[in-house]
Design a protein around this ligand. Structure first.
Ligand SMILES: *[C@@H]1O[C@H](CO)[C@@H](O)[C@H](O)[C@H]1NC(C)=O
Ligand SMILES: [Cu+2]
Length: 335
């Protein structure tokens, strides 16, 4: 087992981004600005999409299955680590690192820009009207019609990912068409659960002054609502790709987590001491999830990345102006 593991690791390391990309990040003199999708130029959006499609065709780094692509590696890694990267303090730095690994994969596909974000706070009034759903300059729209099997929602019929066939469902091989199942709102709810990520709702999340309190509200509130709003329609038993642990199957995942990361950045900007604010406890062991909580988290905790990329350390992913990251976001701009 160990031998096989190291063989995979060696293959993964040799497929990592070229050293020039990494070298460019060793000092951060002028951080790059990550843009909102709706504010990027058409050329920038098309360049991003071209590279994102390229990732869905590139060979796998993990080499776990003959039909796997580099994009499938992201979904598989996220699903494999699911328990260790959600519902505790590590959620934010882990996903910050994961989006950066994806940004480096976009660069390997020739993209020169930065990761971007879906500003769902700005779109919360009616999120079905967002620029991210555009069939040409976006990720295509809701799933429609038939063509999927099992528990999968209707397939996405337009946009650059209509021919993409995600390989995994959670960590199981289960090739299918990319699918979405928008929650169209019911009762007092807005489209795609937008009432949970209005400027007012998100301000309340940002008002929490403790790191892990803020993380918990963000993860369980706006973050989860967008996942469910895109992928779980009311009264329909079929789920879209943005919901199970293989949620990076939907390339929109990386724009969604860009926004989650931006909100953490905005929270950090409110006070200098927040750059390295990190507290809370590890989850109970996965073998006994109802058991007593684990030890306190520390900045020296490891961010596992499976065989997709080298493991990280939390302290390297706290400051977006660190050499590992070197980017910023637009400030809060809704009141
Ligand atoms: C949101 O926009 C869609 C598309 O125009 C429309 O069909 C729907 O009724 C709108 N929803 C609400 C709650 O206004
Ligand atoms: Cu996640």
């Amino acid at each position: 087992m160990l031998f096989i593991h190291f063989t995979f690791l060696a293959a993964a390391v040799s497929a990592l981004p070229s050293s020039t990309n990494l070298a460019a990040r060793q000092t951060c003199t002028s951080p790059r600005l990550r843009k909102s999708w709706s504010k990027a130029t058409v050329e920038e959006r098309l360049a991003y999409l071209e590279a994102a499609v390229c990732i869905t065709k590139k060979p796998s780094r993990l080499n776990k299955h003959k039909d796997a692509t580099l994009h499938d590696d992201f979904a598989y890694t996220h699903a494999l680590l699911n328990y260790d990267i959600h519902s505790f303090a590590g959620f934010l730095p882990w996903h910050r690192y994961f989006v950066m690994v994806y940004e480096q994969a976009l660069e390997e596909c020739g993209y020169k820009g930065t990761a971007m974000y879906w500003d769902w706070v700005a779109d919360s009034d009616n999120a079905t009207l967002s620029a991210v759903w555009d069939p040409v300059t976006g990720f295509g729209g809701n799933g429609q019609g038939t063509g999927n099997h099992g528990n999968h929602a209707p397939p996405v019929q337009d946009g650059p990912f209509k021919d993409f066939r995600p390989l995994y469902s959670e960590t199981n091989v289960d090739q299918h068409r990319l699918c979405r199942n928008w929650n169209r709102g019911f009762g007092d709810n807005k489209e795609l659960f937008g009432h949970r990520y209005t400027p007012q709702a998100v301000s309340e999340v940002l008002a929490d002054t403790t790191y892990d309190g803020f993380r918990d509200l963000l993860e369980g509130g706006p973050h989860a609502s967008v996942h469910f709003g895109v992928a779980v329609g009311s009264g329909v038993g079929k789920i879209g790709d943005l919901v199970p642990s293989s949620s990076p199957n939907d390339p929109l995942f990386f724009l969604h987590h860009g926004m989650v990361d931006r909100l953490w950045w905005i929270w950090q900007q409110a006070d200098e001491s927040r750059t390295n604010a990190y507290d809370g406890f590890h989850r109970p062991p996965q073998s006994n999830p109802g058991g007593p909580q684990g030890p306190p988290v520390t900045l020296d905790d490891i961010l596992p990345m499976g065989d997709l990329a080298p493991e990280g350390i939390v302290r390297d992913y706290m400051d977006t102006r660190s050499a590992h990251l070197c980017y910023e976001y637009p400030k809060w701009e809704y009141d």
